[in-house]
Design a protein around this ligand. Structure first.
Ligand SMILES: [Zn+2]
Length: 468
């Protein structure tokens, strides 16, 4: 009995050792996206006509000509990108995703009327955690369909936004809003602070979610709120998301009350720094632009929103010229857009700059594609992680069909992306190595349920406001 016991033990040890050796020598699972026109957006803006991307886990292993990549790596899974463009996923640098459920509530009014008469009452009566979850699910479906892989958000119940973003497999820089009036989730700044601290702690180290702090703006936050919120963010090395210089009234009021522009005021109170993402930056003069560059603030341009609300035009070429990282955002999706289609913003950013300066050279196709990808990543301070297809970065990429009537012929890939291709041409989306849309089928979001729920919410929101 003794010898059998020893033999059994020896046998078990040998089996365990062989399993350990086998699992260590087993090659890692590699997903290869091959045969596509790969536009890397790397430092040299390298393009491979017949390229491939090798992915292991959530990270890019290598990018290059198909022959080299397929010789180097054995694929355990392949995505055929023949006839397709392979591009880093688009980065939506500024939005408020749960507001999808308020889409089209009331448009063609002034910003002031829209906020005071419609949005603030609608939010006070309707915004709950359930509202935020369904709005985020709907937005995830819309964003993935248009090739967005990362978005920056500012809203309430941001912890629920984070849950739903992670469930959808999307990457998010998600900011809990601080504002000097009772918000739908927190009644006062002490509650906002407690909620935000818990939120920041909870998501530390998450591969997809970057929890952030979002003081709304200088026109809705006192100096103390601005200081307290940025101090809390810095304690946790979290990004700070804020609306900056988005209205003429904000500039005029700041000059009257603070004796300086919004940018100079934010600098004076210690908010500006290399962790700040400033949405809009419309009313920024030369001194402001230099300050933004010195402080390494990222800016996000929202052309649809700025046009729809007649806010003004951000001096994007001038900001780029002094080295400010400028990304692109949809803003909205209610009242100031009203959709989450970043390809539309790519097109409009170029055209708005051209018409404003009466100069077709003002902002070119390549520049606006950079703003949607690598410069968007720089604006969110995530350029080491995303924004281009390079070894070591996160595997966030999209496949766009080049066989549609609006996609042929193609002479210049950047011009095609900026002015001809549409969100509906996006076929397949991979985020962190996970396929979240394959051939236009969403794999991580229950789209039908989100659409049904949005229609139900419309009825209850309209009723709460005494609308038909
Ligand atoms: Zn906004």
């Amino acid at each position: 009995m003794k010898s059998i016991g020893l033999r059994t033990l020896l046998f078990a040890v040998i089996v365990l050792l062989s399993i350990a050796v086998w699992s260590r020598s087993r090659p890692p699972k590699v997903l290869i996206v091959s045969h596509g026109l790969v536009v890397t957006m790397d430092g040299n803006r390298t393009i491979y006509d017949d390229g491939a991307v090798a992915i292991s886990g959530d990270t890019i292993l290598a990018v290059g000509p198909r022959s080299r990549i397929t010789a180097q790596y054995a694929a355990s899974q392949t995505i055929d990108a023949k006839g397709k463009l392979v591009l880093p996923g688009f980065i939506n640098g500024h939005t408020h995703v749960p507001m999808t459920l308020l889409r089209g509530l009331h448009d063609d009014v002034t910003l002031d009327d829209w906020l005071r008469k419609y949005i603030f009452p609608a939010e006070a009566k309707n915004v709950t955690e359930d509202f935020v979850r369904w709005g985020t699910r709907l937005a995830a479906a819309e964003q993935i369909r248009s090739g967005i892989t990362t978005f920056a958000d500012m809203y309430y119940f941001e912890d629920a936004v984070a849950d739903e973003t992670k469930a959808a497999g999307m990457r998010g820089v998600l900011g809990e809003t601080w504002i000097d009036f009772p918000a739908p989730d927190n009644n006062n700044t002490a509650a906002m602070s407690a909620y935000t601290e818990k939120f920041l702690k909870k998501w530390q180290g998450d591969p997809l979610i970057h929890a952030a702090v979002a003081p709304h703006s200088i026109y809705t936050c006192s100096r103390k709120t601005l200081e307290d919120s940025s101090t809390l963010a810095r304690k946790y090395h979290a990004p700070i998301l804020i609306h900056v210089a988005e209205m003429k009234k904000e500039l005029d009021d700041s000059q009257k009350q603070n004796g300086m522009s919004p940018v100079q005021y934010l600098d004076k109170v210690g908010v500006l720094g290399p962790d700040v993402v400033a949405a809009h930056c419309i009313f920024v003069d030369e001194a402001d632009r230099n300050t933004l560059a010195q402080r390494q603030v990222g800016c996000v341009h929202n052309p649809s929103s700025n046009m729809m609300l007649a806010s003004g035009v951000s001096p994007v070429p001038e900001m780029r010229a002094v080295g400010v990282a400028v990304g692109l955002g949809t803003d909205g999706p209610a009242g100031s857009n009203n959709d989450l289609d970043l390809m539309e913003e790519i097109d409009l950013a170029a055209k708005l700059a051209k018409i404003t300066k009466m100069d077709p050279l003002a902002l070119n196709a390549k520049a606006v594609v950079e703003m949607a990808t690598i410069d968007g990543a720089r604006a969110l301070h995530l350029e080491k992680e995303i924004g281009s297809l390079e070894a070591g970065k996160k595997a966030d990429l999209i496949l766009i069909s080049l066989d549609e009537p609006n996609a042929v012929p193609m002479y210049d890939v950047y011009a095609q992306l900026a002015y001809a291709l549409k969100a509906s041409d996006v076929q397949t989306v991979v985020i962190g190595g996970r396929v979240v849309m394959r051939d236009r089928t969403l794999l991580t979001v229950k789209e039908d349920a989100a659409i049904t729920k949005a229609k139900e919410y419309k009825k209850s929101i309209a009723a709460s406001l005494g609308m038909q």
